[in-house]
Design a protein around this ligand. Structure first.
Ligand code: HEM
Length: 390
């Protein structure tokens, strides 16, 4: 048993956050676990290692999903930051409204909204894929779902972005975003049923609390997680869909010829560009991986994007190919904490892909603008032009 090798990189440096894939490849080649002293973390780099860790909450605790102690404190009582058996109960309450059965009635509405929005944008000949589609669409869907209106709806994007940013180490980005994430924590700790639209899923969560079906005081935490975990990630993934189809028109042509490929295409978009850069765990004991030891108590960084491009698992991993349908990609995590909202994310993304296939024959994209962000890797502006309507 030996210590993992070290690398001098700063996982949260601007240039790595904007484009991590060369660094991920170098770390993967170095070993399945690499110690990064500048961040005081042990990075998991390969597909099998990441999946095994996510499936082993006894050795890799979620007590430290964030890379600074303040955010881990702030997330106390959430399913994200808990371990079994507490997690099992919190997760059941949280996912009740996100099962395929619960979401089925929403599918048609989501499809209709995507069709209307994309038809309107396509008719203009050009648009900004991030502001006008990737941000506009999920905000509308999640706001209706939870029952947000007015001021809260106006703050959803800011709050959702800040909630992810502060999961990073205590750098300048995290410090600047704590006051904004604090507005979300504050609102979620005081929200009451009457603040949410009648008939919404958000109202239903309060009804469940009032009826004793979920623990007293958990409704606010659940709404916090829907917003914190479900907004910024979905925005990123929808922006990535447009950018990758724009860069790979031959892949877009496959979708327009056969829109039933929407699900396979979304899996490949998520594999190719993981919306989450790095995510934490804490080693509860000395853990040995291929003879390398992660010491008890160490902070671990899970690099979903590195695992998704591991050539030991995916042939030709740096090629974007919607035909490979990588159903086992890591971008939604895996195991007991595997994304509780993936059904909703898929409904939204598939609807957008089908709407693009229905209303757009071909299009071009300009240069992507990206701003470094600690946890969510996303595009901040993406001009779409020369749209040829279908
Ligand atoms: C493309 C979009 C999304 C991505 C890439 C994503 C990614 C993830 C990942 C990687 C995890 C696992 C975290 C861990 O292992 O600690 C997770 C968990 C979670 N996600 Fe998502 N997510 C997305 C959309 C959503 C949506 C739309 C919602 C809610 C409406 C949501 C709610 C949650 C919740 C509540 C958890 C915690 C589950 C638990 O602790 O058991 N996510 N997500």
């Amino acid at each position: 048993m030996t210590s993992p090798t070290t690398s001098d990189i700063d996982l949260f440096a601007d240039e790595i956050l904007v484009d991590p894939y060369a660094t991920f490849a170098a770390l993967r080649d170095q070993g399945p676990v690499v110690h990064l002293p500048r961040n005081d973390v042990y990075a998991l780099t390969r597909y099998d290692t990441i999946r095994a860790a996510l499936g082993d909450p006894e050795s890799f605790s979620s007590a430290s999903i964030g890379f600074n102690p303040m955010v881990n404190d702030a997330l106390t009582g959430t399913s994200l930051r808990s371990d079994p058996p507490e997690h099992t109960m919190l997760r059941a309450a949280l996912s009740e409204n996100l099962t395929p059965r619960a979401l089925r009635p929403l599918g048609e509405t989501i499809d209709r909204k995507a069709q209307a929005l994309v038809a309107e944008l396509a008719g203009r000949g050009g648009f900004d894929a991030i502001d006008q589609l990737a941000r506009a669409f999920p905000l509308e869907i999640v706001a209706d779902l939870i029952g947000f209106t007015g001021e809260v709806k106006a703050n959803m994007l800011r709050w959702g972005q800040a909630a992810m940013e502060v999961i990073g180490p205590f750098n300048q980005r995290t410090q600047e975003n704590f006051p904004i994430a604090g507005e979300l924590y504050q609102w979620c700790s005081s929200v009451i049923a009457a603040d949410l639209t009648e008939g919404s899923i958000g109202r239903g969560i309060f009804d469940a609390e009032a009826a004793g079906r979920i623990p007293a005081g958990s409704a606010g935490h659940i709404i916090h997680q829907y917003l914190g975990a479900g907004v910024d990630t979905t925005v990123a993934s929808i922006g990535n869909i447009v950018a990758l189809f724009g860069r790979h028109p031959e892949q877009f042509a496959r979708i327009t010829a056969d829109p039933t490929l929407a699900s396979a295409a979304f899996n490949e978009v998520l594999r190719f560009w993981s919306p989450i850069h790095a995510w934490g765990r804490r080693a509860t004991r000395d853990v040995e991986i291929d003879g390398l030891v992660i010491p008890e108590g160490a902070q671990v960084a899970i690099l979903f994007g590195a695992g998704n491009r591991d050539p030991r698992h995916y042939a030709d991993p740096d090629t974007f190919d919607i035909g490979r349908n990588p159903v086992d990609h890591l971008s939604f995590g895996y195991g007991p904490h595997g994304c509780a909202g993936q059904g909703l994310a898929r409904l939204e993304a598939h609807a957008v892909i089908r709407a693009l296939a229905a209303h757009v024959d071909s299009f071009s994209v300009g240069a992507e603008e990206r701003e470094p962000s600690n946890v969510t890797r996303s595009i901040s502006a993406l001009p779409v032009y020369d749209v040829v309507p279908a």
